[in-house]
Write a protein that binds this ligand. Structure first.
Ligand code: NAD
Length: 495
């Protein structure tokens, strides 16, 4: 299948006709090609977005933006099965999860549609007499939205829904490893009735990303991806002074206290790390376990991890699909081999699974390392694969110290029946999200984002709108008297 980009309402190939192949990570087959955009294509897309913003989208009434967003949400819901299939064929994620993520994306468009006509400012009483002050919230302008391959529809909805609700126009760049659902979304955006140029989609790899990151004609860049790419984007934006939102990686701690519901915590730990084969930014890749239940927990994890059913990501019975591409496979197996040669205690998994029923899929067995040193690379570096590090702790203070002891701060979880402890630890954890007795639950209403090397800015929730709006302050002098030359209006009590 020959996919095209969306620029200024037209479906286009890259200007010099370069294309990239798309492989299904389960079958290994080439299933499509996508345009490989360069600087020239990016410049066209930014120009189209600027024209659309200046020609009316920026001042379109909120109720009209809301109507279009609701229409888009309906179309996505109707096509959820198709989007699920496209993503699963593209990145190997389980079909039931990619389909659910398409529906969750639709939910996000509806959530932000509700804000589009409620972006109120404030009136502000001032110290000075006779001055009337108010704020207005206005769209920043043209936003570039760059996403990762692991959850394309959902990651894009986190950005596109608030951007459109706020009145921005956009240039989207999905990952070269999973662009198909985003390109298909372009058709639905046109069908929903968004004016040409409001949403532009370019595809390609690093060159395309760099052209966006360095473009001076943007008003916001919102990026989801790895730390090194986030750093490169900030360095590029350092020259243009375009503000940047960063949603980066994590090494999220999942803390199990001795009073936790044991079976619930085991399931939560397995869900936290092995859902989507660990290829999620919020993966609970460090499991901190209280001394009193440590041995029992390690034994239960080893037993249950070995039972996880690997297979065709489109089959209902499959619990874990392949990793998304060969560079990922090499990175994950490299980390496992290094940890083993350093003497780490592996209690489950560890191997690439070459079973004949798994076709040409890139499968790594769910892998568990026990007794992991909290300062080791295994406990400090994001792996983005099905590898769990289990760490023992003996006190609440130690658990919090170890949990906070990485450069990241994206997600975290606490498993306990002690309400006071749950609140205490939630307060002390340095992370954008804390779950208590659950893991991996996302909601349109709940803000999401990181601290430290997990990034900055927030997506989802009301907070996400702040990334795409700027506040203007308007001050009006209602005093009838003409002030003296060079007089500065003083606070009332000083008059
Ligand atoms: P990546 O950084 O390799 O790529 C992300 C995007 O950036 C892609 O579209 C890519 O083409 C583009 N890109 C690459 N180099 C660029 C450059 N120099 N300038 C501009 N753009 C460039 O990340 P990935 O492998 O696609 O995704 C995995 C990473 O994403 C993991 O670290 C994961 O934790 C993170 N992630 C974070 C979140 C979150 O919400 N915090 C969600 C999903 C994934």
């Amino acid at each position: 299948m020959h996919y095209r980009m969306l620029i200024g309402g037209a479906q286009l190939d890259a200007a010099d006709d370069r294309r990239l192949p798309v492989f299904n990570p389960f079958t290994g087959e080439e299933i499509a090609t996508i345009p490989d955009a360069d600087t020239q294509d990016v410049a066209s897309a930014v120009r189209a977005a600027r024209d659309a913003f200046d020609n009316g989208w920026g001042s379109t009434p909120g109720i009209e933006r809301a109507r279009l967003l609701h229409r888009l949400a309906d179309l996505i819901d109707e096509a959820a099965a198709e989007f699920g299939r496209l993503e699963t064929d593209d990145n190997g994620k389980l079909l039931r999860e990619t389909t659910a993520q398409a529906k969750f994306a639709a939910r996000n468009y509806r959530f932000f549609a509700g804000y589009a006509d409620k972006l109120y400012g404030r009136t502000i009483p001032l110290d000075q007499h006779g001055m009337f002050d108010y704020t207005v919230r206005q769209p920043v302008g043209v936003a570039a939205l760059i996403t990762a391959w692991n959850s394309p529809m959902q990651l894009l909805a986190n950005k596109l829904a608030p951007a459109l609700a706020a009145g921005c126009t956009v240039v989207i760049k999905p990952s070269e490893h999973a662009s198909l659902s985003t390109l298909r979304l372009g058709d639905l955006i046109a069908e929903a009735g968004f004016p040409a140029g409001v949403v532009n989609i370019v595809t390609g790899g690093v060159e395309c990303g760099q052209a966006i990151a360095g473009h001076p004609g943007l008003d916001r860049i919102s990026f989801t991806g790895s730390v090194p790419t986030g750093q490169a984007i900030m360095a590029a934006a350092n020259r243009t002074l375009v503000p940047v939102t960063l949603e980066l990686g994590g090494k999220s701690p999942n803390i199990v206290f001795e009073d936790a519901d044991f079976d619930r915590a085991v399931t939560g730990a397995l869900n936290g790390i092995f859902s989507a084969g660990g290829q999620t930014c919020i993966a609970g890749s460090r499991l901190l376990v209280a001394d009193a239940i440590y041995d029992r927990m390690v034994a239960a994890l080893a037993e249950r991890a070995a039972q996880i059913r690997l297979g065709d990501p489109t089959a209902a019975a499959t619990q874990m699909g392949p990793v998304a591409n060969r560079p990922r496979l090499e990175r994950i197996t490299g980390v496992i081999e290094k940890a083993r040669s350093d003497g780490a205690r592996m209690v489950a998994g560890g191997e690439v699974v070459p079973r004949s029923d798994l076709q040409n899929g890139l499968f790594v067995a769910p892998t568990v390392f026990a007794d992991v040193d909290s300062d080791s690379a295994l406990a400090q570096e994001e792996i983005f694969g099905p590898v769990l590090s289990v760490i023992r702790f003996t006190s609440e203070g130690e658990a919090v110290r170890v949990a906070n002891g990485t450069e990241f701060g994206l997600a975290s979880a606490v498993w306990t029946k002690d309400l006071a402890r749950a609140h205490r630890v939630a307060e002390a954890l340095v992370a954008g999200t804390v779950w208590v007795n659950t893991y991996r639950v996302s909601a349109a209403q709940a803000p999401f984002g990181g601290v430290g090397k997990s990034g900055h800015g927030r997506e989802r929730g009301e907070e996400a709108l702040d990334e795409y709006l700027r506040t203007k302050n308007v001050m009006i002098d209602l005093n009838p008297a003409i002030p003296d030359l060079f007089e500065i209006a003083q606070p009332r009590e000083d008059r």
